[in-house]
Design a protein around this ligand. Sequence first.
Ligand SMILES: C[S@@+](CC[C@H](N)C(=O)[O-])C[C@H]1O[C@@H](n2cnc3c(N)ncnc32)[C@H](O)[C@@H]1O
Length: 218
Amino acid sequence: MAILDPAVDAFLLAHVPDRDDELKAMEAWARERRFPIVGPAVGALLEVLARSIGARRVLELGSGFGYSAAWWLRGMPPDGKVVLTDLDPDLVARGTAHLERLGHRGRFGYEVGEAIETLRRARGPFDVVYCDVDKEGYPDVVEPAVERLRPGGLLVTDNALWGGDVADPAVHDPATEAIRVYVERVSTHPLLRTTVLPLRDGVAVSVRLPDTGARATR
Ligand SMILES: C[S@@+](CC[C@H](N)C(=O)[O-])C[C@H]1O[C@@H](n2cnc3c(N)ncnc32)[C@H](O)[C@@H]1O
């Protein structure tokens, strides 16, 4: 099921901000290898979100070769830092090289291994926790992320509509079910206010509410 009409998709892609040749080279590599990256329309959203909240500390869960992190870094001040995570050391090496060529040396660090373990070990507060790991892992991210976000910080998750499968009652595979649980959890969490944007494959954006006094009213 297409989430957006292809003509609307094309219109959005025609209006993404200009970007470095290095970012375009990363897009080309992903296209050739069919490696799933957020792409420039969602990338621009990440930059806008980072600028909107003055993000300085971002934790990414499932960074691949650094494409989404490059967009977060575009939206952050020079002292902003991104912690990237991935299971695959080859992607970590590739991502490190790309981010250095983009001029981000000193502004990022990769943790190799299970992203959820890095999240659980991490000391917040973060301005952003960004989630793009294996979909079955999505529900487990919510509580530790909420605990490590500052009030006003964002939990941002890609593939929240999973090609539209989340809305198809005939689909019950583990990835789709896990994304449904995730969206339900962030939509009903008393310390989050959530919206799901139908951009590309769907992006869930949740803002962390203050601990006291301002619990979400339903
Ligand atoms: C969709 S790709 C990430 C793309 C990246 N966010 C971007 O848009 O440029 C997902 C990545 O998460 C990694 N990954 C999946 N499950 C993981 C886990 N449990 N812990 C750490 N990394 C994981 C995969 O190796 C893969 O590189």
